[in-house]
Design a protein around this ligand. Structure first.
Ligand SMILES: Nc1ncnc2c1ncn2[C@@H]1O[C@H](COP(=O)(O)OP(=O)(O)OP(=O)(O)O)[C@@H](O)[C@H]1O
Length: 541
């Protein structure tokens, strides 16, 4: 049902065409059987029966093709849209919320859930034809005798009710298996991200395999096996009831009602004909079940994301001549389930003016990176306000506010091409910067694409500066940028690169533990356990 709603949301018009043609096709197939049964029974005018037979066969074939073509396009469009919508929702969700959800959960939904839906949706065209054939057959049974139809429907309802119990239990196991998948994804990330640590330590690797990966995999297997057995039992029970229906019509119905032999043979023929689509329909139950669980999971994630969605507005041009940036009583706390004392930053009151070179210092865990994410607008303050030139930053203008910043965080991501930078002379300019960064012998640029990003960690960090240069934003933020640079380049960064940016009128925030270079700053803000220990100009220190 969820799957149907999902497809309906995609395009009601096309869905209506597909369902209509699908049912015409199914009904004509059933009518073909009815006709065959009549021809066998009456032996009437074979010529006219044969022409109707050919006509029905053509109608059935054409409508089946139309229905399938429309459904194939519709279902693939729906999956295409689902992928894009989910990705957009993730990108427009608050960062702190995404951090709470966790990468494993987001990745599992983007890959496993979307694939499960795609698999089921690919079956949908065939499912519709099968369903239509079954409905058409029921219509023929009704036409043969309404009493017979009522009895068959009674059996059908009985089959639905009894199988429903098994089905529901099966779906519960599928849901549990899907929860295990989130856990498995977490462990898969451990394998890829922690490969070095796992390879270097035999006992750690064995313990990880036996205590984490095997436990989650075994739980996934157990829940899946239970679900699939229950679904298989549902299918067998359904078939049993179906055979019971044939037996009932053949042996019991003639005892209750006076059924002509032709009607009886019509029943048997139509039942036999319906067996195949019914079996196919039942065989698809696990795939449909998995898709339904996945759609629920996507909905849950979608809701979770939407609840923290930011307003998506096209940002107007930034103001390079801003005058005052103010943080008024801002706070941020990390929610950690099950932990009583979570970290709280603030309340923080700070004001900045253009052209300042500000060092943010403090011990590990004092809140420097948290503060920097609040300054750049990546985190939304729990309390307090941020003001830029008399404009309070709200969800309406946060996107615009963020465009003032170019930041390189400690866990930066390097793109292999210069995305979103519109500059007709981009390649030449980038090549000149590569020279300044001493990377021109390693990396070249063509059409905005870097020849390689497979470099040492220090070189990759330097390459990240290239983007910062080219972005040319009014405010820069470097989170422990120099920590993995060699002494020569570290010196270059603090004594040449930063002063040069400052001369260009840029405001620069530098998170640093390099006390050797603190003297280059205009101002030092020291944090201690989430509060400001001091905020002084370097001359006053
Ligand atoms: N995503 C997160 N979820 C929960 N707690 C977090 C998260 N990120 C940071 N914290 C907690 O917030 C506190 C401040 O972290 P933050 O990264 O701001 O410190 P920092 O001063 O930048 O430290 P470092 O010098 O080690 O980089 C720490 O106690 C940390 O445990």
């Amino acid at each position: 049902m969820k799957l149907l709603l999902f497809l309906l949301q995609s395009s009601r018009g096309r869905m209506a065409i597909a369902i209509f043609t699908g049912f015409v096709s199914g009904a004509s197939s059933a009518a073909l059987i009815a006709l065959a049964s009549r021809a066998l029974g009456s032996g009437g005018d074979i010529g006219s029966i044969a022409s109707i037979f050919i006509l029905l066969a053509v109608v059935s074939l054409v409508t089946s093709v139309v229905s399938q073509v429309v459904l194939v396009q519709l279902s693939q469009d729906a999956v295409f849209n689902l992928r894009l919508v989910l990705s957009r929702q993730i990108l427009s969700s608050e960062l702190s919320h995404l951090e709470q959800l966790g990468n494993a959960r987001i990745l599992a939904t983007l890959t496993e859930d979307v694939n499960a839906v795609a698999n089921a949706v690919a079956l949908f065209p065939y499912l519709c034809i099968d369903l239509a054939t079954i409905v058409g057959s029921f219509a023929y049974i009704l036409w043969l005798s309404w009493q017979g139809f009522l009895m068959v429907m009674g059996l059908f309802v009985l089959a639905m009710v009894t199988t429903q119990l098994l089905l529901r239990r099966g779906y519960q196991f599928l849901k549990l298996a899907r929860e295990d998948q989130d856990q498995l994804f977490k462990h898969f990330r451990t394998i890829t991200d922690g490969i070095k640590e796992l390879k270097l330590h035999y006992d750690r690797r064995q313990t990880f395999l036996s205590d984490d990966l095997e436990v989650a995999s075994a739980s996934y297997r157990r829940h899946n096996v239970n679900a699939l057995i229950l679904l298989a039992m549902t299918s067998s029970l359904g078939r049993l009831i179906f055979f019971f229906a044939i037996g009932f019509v053949l042996f019991a119905l003639p005892q209750i009602l006076a059924v002509p032999l032709q009607t009886l043979s019509g029943y048997v023929l139509i039942f036999t004909y319906t067996t195949l689509p019914l079996e196919k329909l039942v065989a698809k139950l696990p795939v449909l079940g998995q898709a339904s669980v996945s759609l629920q999971k996507i909905d849950l994630l979608g809701l979770a994301l939407r609840s923290k969605a930011e307003v998506n507005t096209l940002p107007v041009a930034v103001d390079p001549d801003w005058q005052r940036l103010e943080l008024r009583g801002i706070t941020h706390h990390y929610e950690r389930p099950g932990e009583e004392s979570s970290f709280v930053l603030g309340p923080i009151d700070l004001a900045f003016r253009p052209g300042e070179l500000v060092f943010i210092v403090g011990g590990n865990g004092s809140g420097k990176s948290t503060l920097s994410k609040l300054i750049t607008g990546l985190y939304v303050p729990d309390q307090g306000e941020i003001w830029l030139d008399g404009q309070r930053i709200t969800s309406e203008n946060r996107e615009w506010y963020r465009q003032h910043f170019s930041a390189i965080y400690a866990d930066f991501y390097l793109f292999d091409r210069l995305l979103g930078i519109n500059n007709p002379n981009l390649d030449n300019q980038a090549q000149a910067y590569l020279k300044q960064l001493h990377l021109d012998h390693k990396v070249t640029i063509s059409n905005g694409r870097l020849s390689t990003i497979e470099l040492s960690q220090g070189q990759r960090k330097r390459l990240s500066l290239l983007t910062a240069y080219l972005e040319d934003r009014p405010i820069y933020l470097f989170d422990e940028w120099a920590s993995d640079q060699d002494p020569t380049f570290r010196e270059l960064f603090y004594t040449e690169f930063l002063p040069k940016l400052k001369r260009q009128g840029k405001t620069i925030f530098v998170i640093s533990h390099d006390d050797h270079y603190f003297h280059v700053a205009d101002r030092m803000i020291k944090l201690d356990y989430g509060t400001i220990e001091y905020d002084k100009s370097v001359g006053d220190l």
